[in-house]
Write a protein that binds this ligand. Structure first.
Ligand code: NAD
Length: 478
């Protein structure tokens, strides 16, 4: 089938590349010329495991191309995906201006045979009808003899950054929302190779499961709601376990044991039960906020979702609070961050907890250093120009008074912490993801502090801290 994907970010590019890989003829459109030039040269503008490999092979096979010419791409395709960003506005609602601009472009260029317009972007409930209306109003102004025929389908995306290719070929479900049988039938045809597991092999991809992929067909607004409901549930589950971790911290229980104990209950499940310094990224914060806003529009106060957000906002600064508990004064101290991205295997810094932690540490007068395997230059985010970005574990920890593990990148498991401890002023680590082994870190000489876990103090560090704090107190008295 001939497919056009408009917007080549984390979702659009992955969708386009994967559809080309299963044999469709795909044209990806973006209004960012630099990005398009990069993709035309066979390079991916984003980091996603396996993406470059299948992108290049689909291009070589003549199945995938990139353009800034939206009119030609629309005119020559049967299925048109809208996959542009829907960031959050200061009011909490979704900024739908990019979706609107694309819908207008479709209305201006649509012609020929029947087309399906697919809302892949996460859009406020009711947007399917809104997109149809915008396209129709543009068509009307063209005074055509025969109006082009089309339907709008909602096809929310559930991929996880960092495993986006695997998730696209191995989805838990495919959701198709719409009122037209013709459109839903075409969408089912589009995804049939994925449902049938007829996917040409990819070297770098983990083996796909053999489980049946359910296709859930709904009306438009239910499909739109499913996306918000899924992300809000997952965010709430994390906020729940984080709240529990804070209680564990106070009563002396260990959240990792508690999570294991409750996660084995099949009604609860063990996924998304890892306590830490909170959720972030480009989806959870804006999607929960958009659902709260929608509820508000309809006179409903979504109290549980508001609490989910509030718990998360506080959780992000828990690492700073723990630093204050152990180091007391942060002014003049040097703190090293392990990881910056909101989760491993992505270069995405959108709404990452690291940003809030950096801002708070700077506000309190600390010097901040950071090491992230993928973020090596300040151009990724303005706040990075206020810190030292380090390229090795040794330069990161050198002269640090404490470390904070912000992202659970796998390479942090294999660092030589015995050597690193020796390079620090005080070998203290706040493990914001409960990712490192408490006993190993203690044996390496660290004073290890997790989230919701009892702390095994290292006597050497404790003595050094006591000495430093005594000096501080006596200075103050003097
Ligand atoms: P993104 O910001 O990474 O990419 C959006 C792309 O659209 C950019 O390349 C931009 O240049 C392009 N664009 C904007 N306006 C355009 C226009 N008029 N014409 C052509 N191109 C245009 O966004 P993303 O992370 O891929 O997210 C896209 C949508 O998918 C959002 O609604 C998001 O909520 C949803 N979503 C994202 C994820 C995720 O993990 N990132 C997962 C599920 C759903």
């Amino acid at each position: 089938m001939r497919v056009c994907v408009i917007g080549t970010g984390y979702v659009g590019l992955v969708t386009g590349v994967c559809l080309a890989h299963i044999g469709h003829q795909v044209i990806c459109v973006d209004n960012n010329q630099e990005k398009v030039a990069l993709m035309q040269s066979g390079k991916s503008p984003i980091y996603e495991p396996g993406l470059s490999e299948i992108m290049q092979s689909a291009m070589t096979a003549g199945k995938l191309e990139f353009t800034t010419n939206i009119n030609n791409a629309i005119a020559n395709s049967q299925i048109l995906f809208i996959a542009v960003g829907t960031p959050v506005l200061p009011t909490g609602e979704s900024d739908t201006r990019y979706v609107e601009a694309v819908a207008r472009s479709i209305g201006l260029a649509i012609n020929g045979k029947y087309k399906v317009i697919v809302n892949k972007s996460t859009v406020p409930i009711g947007s399917g009808d809104w997109v149809r209306q915008i396209i129709n109003s543009e068509i009307e102004q063209r005074n055509l003899d025969q109006a082009p025929q089309f339907d709008v389908v909602s096809n929310p995306e559930f991929l996880r950054e960092g495993s986006a290719i695997y998730d696209t070929f191995n989805p838990d479900r495919i959701v198709l929302g719409g009122n037209s049988k013709q459109a839903i039938d075409l969408m089912q045809q589009l995804y049939q190779p994925i449902v049938d597991r007829a996917i040409p092999p990819i070297d770098s991809l983990a083996e796909l499961s053999n489980q049946t992929i359910p296709v859930v067909v709904t009306d438009l607004s239910s499909a739109e709601t499913i996306k918000y409901a899924a992300n809000s549930f997952l965010a709430t589950k994390i906020s729940f376990v984080n709240e529990l971790a804070n209680i564990c911290d106070r009563v002396g229980a260990d959240i990792t044991q508690v999570a294991q104990g409750i996660g084995l209950d099949s009604r609860i499940g063990s996924k998304f039960l890892q306590a830490g310094i909170g959720w972030g990224g480009s989806c959870f914060p804006k999607d929960v906020s958009a659902l709260v806003h929608t509820a508000d529009d309809y006179g409903y106060d979504a109290e549980l979702l508001k609490a989910t957000v509030e718990v998360n906002t506080n959780q992000r600064l828990l690492a700073v609070e723990k630093l204050q508990q152990v180091l007391k004064i942060l002014k003049g101290k040097t703190i090293g961050l392990l990881g910056l991205t909101f989760k491993p295997n992505t270069d995405d810094l959108r709404d990452a907890p690291a940003i809030n932690i950096i801002q708070e540490l700077k506000r309190l007068g600390a010097k901040v250093k950071a090491y992230d395997p993928l973020i090596q230059s300040a151009q990724h985010h303005p706040v990075l120009s206020t810190i030292n970005l380090e390229k090795t574990p040794e330069t990161l920890v050198e002269d640090c008074d404490a470390l904070v593990l912000v992202t659970d990148w796998q390479e942090f498991q294999s660092w030589d912490y015995i050597q690193l401890a020796k390079l620090m002023n005080t070998p203290i680590i706040i493990d914001g993801r409960n990712y490192l082994n408490l006993d190993t870190m203690t044996a390496a000489g660290f004073h290890y502090i997790g989230i919701g876990r009892p702390t095994a103090s290292n006597s050497f560090v404790t003595k050094r801290l006591q000495k430093n704090n005594t000096i501080t107190v006596s200075n103050q008295v003097a």
